[in-house]
Ligand binder design. Structure first.
Ligand SMILES: Nc1ncnc2c1ncn2[C@@H]1O[C@H](COP(=O)(O)OP(=O)(O)OP(=O)(O)O)[C@@H](O)[C@H]1O
Length: 252
């Protein structure tokens, strides 16, 4: 399997702060689902932002999709191919309606309006969010915003998804809904998560960030994916207190 990311000996410190990363190294292979964990403030979000060029390391090398990436321009292709779902949905969503937020990425990639509109419908449908199309984004609940953030990134059909605490603040049925969605995606996944259960359900490998460096962490045994798909009793579309079922849920 091809290597998608190779980060070597990455160092980074915010101005006036102790180093967040001090020799972090990481290889991500196509098709894997890598979980990153570590204490609050360990530097996980910082690492994801370095991977897509939103922050620049003070030392170390980033190779992404077989090319060394140093300057801002080097990362344009990386951000087309690797979609980052931010920890805070309010950093991701800034349009008046859900449809506009989900269309923003495809339009920004140069898609025409009709194709972008088709992509919006397809993506919302895929996530079981078609009833959310005309909702006012800032009126959505935290959990709803989190799924719409995922839709906004998935609409660009990236090769890799980087998800920063995707299950943060979700209730159990919505977490199950999210696990089902992610488990059915073909993309390589990089998941930052404090939730061991969530990691066990999805990750094929876990690394822990401590003192600015990444070390392998044994994964708990993973449950069979057929079990995961059948596990989530979700409220039907439109019912209060739950998000609608994704359309692919009946897959074998
Ligand atoms: N913009 C910033 N300016 C200054 N310091 C920052 C900034 N962003 C993050 N930090 C600090 O850098 C360190 C690493 O932050 P980061 O958000 O990467 O950690 P994290 O592992 O993702 O944390 P959490 O699990 O709490 O989300 C923390 O000490 C944080 O306070």
């Amino acid at each position: 399997m091809p290597t998608l990311f190779e980060l070597s000996d990455i160092h980074f410190a915010y101005p006036g702060r102790p180093p967040a990363l001090a020799g972090a190294s990481l290889t991500v292979t196509a098709g894997e689902r890598l979980a990153l964990t570590g204490a609050n403030g360990a530097g996980k979000s910082t690492l994801l932002q370095i991977m897509v060029g939103l922050l620049t390391p003070s030392a170390g090398h980033v190779v992404a999709f077989d090319q060394p990436r140093r300057r801002e321009a080097d990362f344009h292709e990386v951000r087309r191919r690797a979609g980052l779902v931010f920890q805070d949905p309010d950093d991701q969503l800034f349009c008046p309606t859900v449809a506009e937020d989900v269309a923003f990425g495809p339009l920004n990639l140069g898609m025409d309006r009709a194709a972008a509109e088709h992509r919006v419908r397809e993506t919302l449908d895929q996530l079981g969010l078609s009833t959310f199309r005309d909702r006012i984004t800032h009126q959505l609940s935290g959990g709803e915003k989190r799924l719409v953030s995922l839709a906004a990134v998935l609409a660009m059909k990236p090769d890799v998804l980087l998800l920063d605490e995707p299950s943060n603040g979700l209730d159990e049925p919505t977490t199950e809904h999210l696990v089902t969605i992610l488990d059915n995606l073909p993309q390589t996944l990089i998941l930052v998560s404090h939730d061991p259960h969530f990691r066990t359900r999805l990750a094929t490998r876990t690394l822990t960030l401590t003192h600015g460096q990444l070390t392998p962490t044994p994964n708990r045994p993973r449950r069979g994916s057929h079990e995961q798909r059948g596990a989530a009793p979700l409220n039907p579309a439109g019912e209060a207190g739950g998000l609608p079922r994704p359309h692919h849920e009946s897959k074998p």
